[in-house]
Design a protein. Structure first.
Length: 374
C-alpha cells in the first residue's frame, strides 16, 4: 500500500471514509446487542464491553465527519495518517466485538454466542469492502482471535471444528480483500487516465482548452493570459511534412513550459495556437513572460536533420475583472494576438492597446526561415 500512487491512495482513502451508513449501523447494532446481553444476563463484563463499544463507535463516527470536512485540504502525508487512524478505530471496534464474543463463551451464554457470531460476520463483510487490506486483516484478526481461542478452550470437538472454520474464513477474507483492492485500484487508474485524456492535448501532452479554462476559473484575479501563435508553421509542414510539424509542436510546448517554470500553465488550444496562464501577475510579469516566450520560440529548432527557424506572436491580457466571462477574456487575448500578427509577427500586443489605448509595439523576431543543419 505504501507504493501506491498518491492520487490513487487519496481516492482509496476517500472510499475508506465514505462508510458513514455502515459504520453508524454496525456501531449502533453492537451497542444494542451488548446492552441487551448485559441486561438479560446481568453480567458486568457485558456492560463494560458495551460501554467500550459505545465509545469506540462514537470515535469512528466523529472521525468520519471530520475527514469529510477536511478532505479537500489534506496532502499525501495527511491521507496516510487518516488511513492509519481509520485502521486504529476499526481494530479497536473489532477487539471489543471479539471480547464480547469471548465473554459469551466464558459464561456459557448460548444466545449471546449466536448474537456475537452474527455481529462478527456483519462487521467482517462490511469491512472487507473498505479496500485497505491491512485494515481488513488487522481488524478482522483481533475480532476473530478471541472467538478462536474461546472455541479451542471448549471440551467439545465441535467447537474445535468451529475454530478451524473461523480461521478458514479469515484466510478467505484476506484473498477477497486483496482482489477488491486490486479491482478498485484498476478502476481508479482507468478513471484517472480518462480524466487526463479529457484534459490533455493528445500530441504535446500539454493541458488542453478545457483544462486551461478550468484552471483560469480557479485563479484569483489578477491573472495574466498570454495567447501565443507560431509564425511560419505552415512552411514547416509544407517542407518537412506533418510528422515533423507535430514534432515541432511538441518542442514548442516544452519551451513554453520552460518559460513558465512552476509558476503557471501552458496549454495547446489547437493547431499552432497556445495559451499561457500566469496567476497573480501584474503587467511587468506578464510582459516578461510574453517576451521570454517569443524570444524562446525564435531560437532554432532541429527537425529531421535540419535547422528550422520559426517565430511567434503573442497577445497579452491582464484579467482583473472577477465578473468577466471566461470566453470574453480568451477572445480579448486572441484579438491582441492577431493584432500582433497583422503588424508583421514576432511581436506582442496588449489587449487594452489592441482596442485603442496607446498601442506600443516591440519587435522580437524575424520572418521565419528554414536552413539546413550544419
Amino acid at each position: 500500500m505504501h507504493r501506491l500512487d498518491p492520487d490513487i491512495r487519496r481516492e482509496l482513502a476517500h472510499l475508506l471514509y465514505s462508510s458513514m451508513p455502515l459504520v453508524g449501523t454496525i456501531s449502533a447494532a453492537a451497542v444494542v446487542i451488548g446492552t441487551v446481553m448485559a441486561w438479560v444476563a446481568r453480567d458486568p463484563g457485558y456492560a463494560l464491553i458495551s460501554v467500550a463499544l459505545l465509545l469506540v463507535g462514537t470515535f469512528r463516527v466523529v472521525k468520519l465527519v471530520m475527514f469529510a470536512a477536511r478532505f479537500d485540504r489534506l496532502d499525501h502525508h495527511d491521507i496516510i495518517r487518516w488511513e492509519r487512524l481509520y485502521g486504529l478505530g476499526a481494530a479497536a471496534f473489532g477487539l471489543a466485538v471479539g471480547a464480547l464474543s469471548a465473554r459469551a463463551f466464558q459464561i456459557g451464554d448460548g444466545p449471546g454466542i449466536w448474537m456475537c457470531f452474527g455481529l462478527s460476520m456483519a462487521f467482517c463483510v462490511g469491512i472487507v469492502s473498505r479496500v485497505s487490506p491491512w485494515i481488513v486483516m488487522t481488524s478482522s484478526a483481533v475480532l476473530l482471535i478471541p472467538t478462536v481461542i474461546a472455541c479451542l478452550l471448549q471440551p467439545e470437538p465441535v467447537y474445535r471444528m468451529g475454530a478451524a472454520m473461523v480461521v478458514l474464513f479469515w484466510i478467505t477474507l484476506r484473498g477477497t480483500s486483496y482482489r477488491l483492492t486490486a479491482a478498485f485500484t484498476e478502476r481508479i487508474t482507468a478513471q484517472q487516465a480518462l480524466a487526463r485524456q479529457a484534459h490533455r492535448d493528445f500530441l504535446t501532452g500539454l493541458p488542453n482548452r478545457a483544462a486551461f479554462i478550468t484552471a483560469l476559473g480557479r485563479c484569483d484575479r489578477p491573472v495574466a493570459i498570454i495567447a501565443v501563435d507560431l509564425d511560419g508553421f505552415k512552411l514547416v509542414n509544407d517542407r518537412f511534412g506533418h510528422q515533423a510539424g507535430d514534432e515541432l509542436l511538441c518542442q514548442v510546448g516544452l519551451r513554453l513550459q520552460d518559460c513558465l517554470g512552476e509558476a503557471g500553465l501552458a496549454a495547446r488550444f489547437g493547431g499552432d495556437e497556445f495559451m499561457l496562464l500566469l496567476p497573480a501577475a501584474g503587467r511587468r510579469a506578464a510582459l516578461e513572460l510574453a517576451q521570454a516566450a517569443v524570444t524562446a520560440l525564435a531560437q532554432p529548432f532541429t527537425l529531421a536533420g535540419a535547422r528550422v527557424e520559426i517565430g511567434a506572436s503573442a497577445g497579452i491580457l491582464i484579467a482583473d475583472d472577477r465578473q468577466a466571462e471566461t470566453e470574453s477574456l480568451l477572445d480579448q487575448a486572441d484579438r491582441a494576438l492577431y493584432a500582433a500578427k497583422r503588424a508583421g509577427g514576432g511581436q506582442w500586443c496588449w489587449a487594452d492597446e489592441e482596442i485603442g489605448i496607446a498601442a506600443e509595439w516591440a519587435r522580437c523576431g524575424e520572418v521565419p526561415a528554414l536552413a539546413p543543419a550544419d
